[in-house]
Design a protein around this ligand. Structure first.
Ligand code: GN1
Ligand code: MG
Length: 364
């Protein structure tokens, strides 16, 4: 899925950006599944070159429009907020270089920044959660509906569930047959879909906000002391609900191991990390969030873990057309890993809820 850019293609693309090309070096970078990413070294600094996956993002120009709108708004209202915007091309002043070969964009690499792939401690979780909270808080008076929908129905759990059941009819029957236990578990948790629908039909208590929709730790830049600098990877910034960002943080920070882990005994819920996520998010959003949103933090985790389990399993049954697979059964492992995580979250729920209530009270 991640087509490797040819060196001469990289040169052709970069020639249209205002950067010096002598002694330029390019190498693959990062761990994203959807867009191909390269680190570019050149004489005036480092840049990130990314090819947008057009199978996933059907209108890459929407991404550019959204980033421009948000950038303009923030420069106006919060000029000190650190926001990394892609460079524009020399010829057309576009945020994308595009030809038949695809859409590419170039973003400055923030000097002294680092990103990490796994949350090791509560301080990292706090910093990251604070950054995602700050992003939505700074945009609290910005009308989310002016943004383009870059990925329609991205976090629509009802749709994801329906796609899953549909795939059970039409997908790879051998794989489906071998996955009965996982399928039954997914079906047994359907009440999550119904609760999700209640949230989406209650705009008073669950308002539509500008959400990032991909809040894994690697989408936050940290400085050398692991203090948060800013959020990155803004392709999925769209109108959405609090649960998307809060839930994906719980999904990706709580366990000491990621969705890639094959030894499910290592999956667990780290309570201090939960507390740090809540504190970090509340530090920016406590005056914006409704009581209902605050009280639903644990449920946000359930929605996102459940959705990701469904997405990985659906892809497994569809012969890995979306996420790809590095080994046979890769998406089955990822999906069942997420099921194991959801079970752990369900077990830990009373303890997490108690911490949440404490934090809600402390934030008043
Ligand atoms: C994809 O490409 P990446 O890693 O940023 C996916 C997310 C999933 C994630 C799971 C556009 O994100 O929704 O949570 O994989 N993004 C898209 O690793 O589908
Ligand atoms: Mg992403």
């Amino acid at each position: 899925m991640n087509a490797i850019a040819q060196p001469d293609l990289v040169n052709t693309i970069l020639a249209d950006f205002p950067i010096p090309l002598e002694n330029m070096k390019a190498r693959p970078f990062g761990s994203g599944l959807i867009n191909a990413t390269y680190l570019i070294d050149c004489s005036n600094g480092q840049y990130i070159l990314q090819r947008i996956n057009q199978e996933v993002f059907r209108h890459p120009e929407y991404i550019a429009e959204n980033i421009r709108l948000i950038n303009d708004y923030l420069q106006h209202t919060h000029p000190n907020y650190f926001f990394v915007s892609p460079l524009t091309t020399r010829r057309h002043q576009n945020m994308f270089w595009r030809q038949d070969l695809g859409y590419y964009r170039l973003t400055p690499f923030v000097p002294g920044s680092q990103s990490i792939d796994v949350v090791e401690n509560a301080a990292e979780a706090f910093e990251s959660s604070q950054q995602f909270g700050r992003f939505t808080a700074r945009l609290a008076r910005f009308d989310p509906h002016t943004l383009k929908i870059t990925l329609p129905d991205f976090h629509n759990l009802r749709l994801r569930y329906n796609q899953f059941t549909n795939t059970l009819q039409h997908g790879n029957q051998e794989r489906i047959h071998a996955a009965q236990e996982a399928i039954q578990f997914i079906e047994s948790q359907q009440s999550i879909v119904r609760e999700y629908e209640k949230i989406c039909s209650n705009p008073q208590q669950y308002p539509v906000r500008v959400m990032h929709h991909d809040t894994k730790i690697s989408n936050v830049l940290l400085d050398k002391n692991k203090k948060g600098i800013c959020v990155i990877d803004l392709d999925t910034v769209m109108p959405g609900y609090f649960f998307s960002d809060v839930g994906d943080m719980l999904r990706t920070y709580l366990s000491p191991v990621s969705e890639e882990e094959r030894d499910f005994n290592k999956i667990g819920i780290r309570i201090p990390i939960f507390e740090a996520i809540v504190k970090g998010y509340f530090s920016e959003m406590k005056n914006e969030l409704t009581s209902a949103e605050k009280e639903s933090f644990v449920f946000a985790g359930k929605i996102l873990i459940y959705m990701q389990a469904i997405r990985f399993l659906t892809d497994h049954f569809n012969n890995d057309i979306y996420y790809g697979a590095k080994y046979p059964g890769h998406n089955f492992i990822r999906g069942t890993n997420q099921i194991a995580l959801l079970k752990k979250l369900n077990e830990a729920e009373p303890a997490l809820q108690a911490i949440l209530v404490q934090q809600i009270n402390d934030s008043k």
